[in-house]
Design a protein around this ligand. Sequence first.
Ligand code: PLP
Length: 397
Amino acid sequence: ASLFGAIDMAPRDPILGITEAFNADTNPAKINLGVGVYYDDGGKVPLLQCVQKAEAKLIEQLSPRTYLPIEGLAAYDKAVQELVFGAGSAVIQEKRAVTVQALGGTGALKIGADFLKRFSPNSEVFISDPSWENHRALFESAGFIVNNYTYYDAQTHGVNFEGMLDSLRKMDAGSIVLLHACCHNPTGADLTQEQWGQVIEAVKQGGLIPFLDMAYQGFGAGIAEDGAVVGRFVDAGGPLLVSNSFSKSFSLYGERVGALSVVASSADEAARLLSQLKRVVRTNYSSPPTHSGKVVAMVLSTPELRQLWEDELAGMRVRIKQMREALVEKLAQKAPGRDFAFVREQVGMFSYSGLTKEQVGKLREESIYAVDTGRICVAALNSKNIDLVVDAIAKVL
Ligand code: PLP
């Protein structure tokens, strides 16, 4: 018998499964709301101007492709650290934060997970109910037991905050709690600033290890506004891990560019910690790729490119908000019996629309694809397809 003869088929990724079904659909008017990608109003994944300009400069420079340091390009790590913690912040000046370039947000989470498994092996991990579908698998594959904490309330379409606090207060000291810094995926339901204060307090009181996943910085209220929660955790003291991604905010999905930052209690501790993070990277893929790190570093640290990026990101953020607004208004006309006003309050690329699995199935008969949970990607709506979507939703309700 063959060595691999007894291997079972792995379960299909639910979201990629939707894409496959979408690709196989021959209806020219088909719409895919199942994705986790920002599309512009023309239905295209944008290639940002700031990226094009940085790439043009890089091509002129014709640099050889030597290995990067294990922790990544120094200029990248510095620029990202300043973005994540704020330029000139005390934690940077005191050299208590370390930042390593990573293969997207997923790569950053994986480095963090492997690192934590070495230095806090008996901790259990808690993720929101629900969460990005890869969180559980990723931490389990690093060897952790993964639990849920209470988060979404389907009745209110918002956060069950009392339930969340209750979950946090019941966790054992040393538990790792994974929090979405902004633009919660999949629900679109975020904490208020006041609620974050209470979460930070509970994390501190409970001796928990916070791990902030920031995959959508700039898609909520703004770059600084969305990132402010990081500074609040730093100010509260204690350990902190932050994964961030430029997949969405730079529209560089396939370039795999992100970072993991860890806050230590002293510069000396940070130096030891960095040496261990490098070991994790070294034994996984040795060092990150050059191109995307150079692009992002150049954009973040060149004033006119930085301004262009901030403007382009603001454009994406505003367009999503306009689509939320349009969806709510149009549904109010076409489906007056149902209140979708909550879609306006949700933040980021996604909306838990409240559609049931059956309704999502009926939408599919109209060639409109969404996730079974009712998650729709608001960033896949545009001025040309929104009426089709609204009519179809009104029909299946
Ligand atoms: N974390 C969350 C919450 C996400 O939604 C995503 C991507 O969809 C990621 C992490 C991974 O980001 P990346 O594509 O950069 O690996």
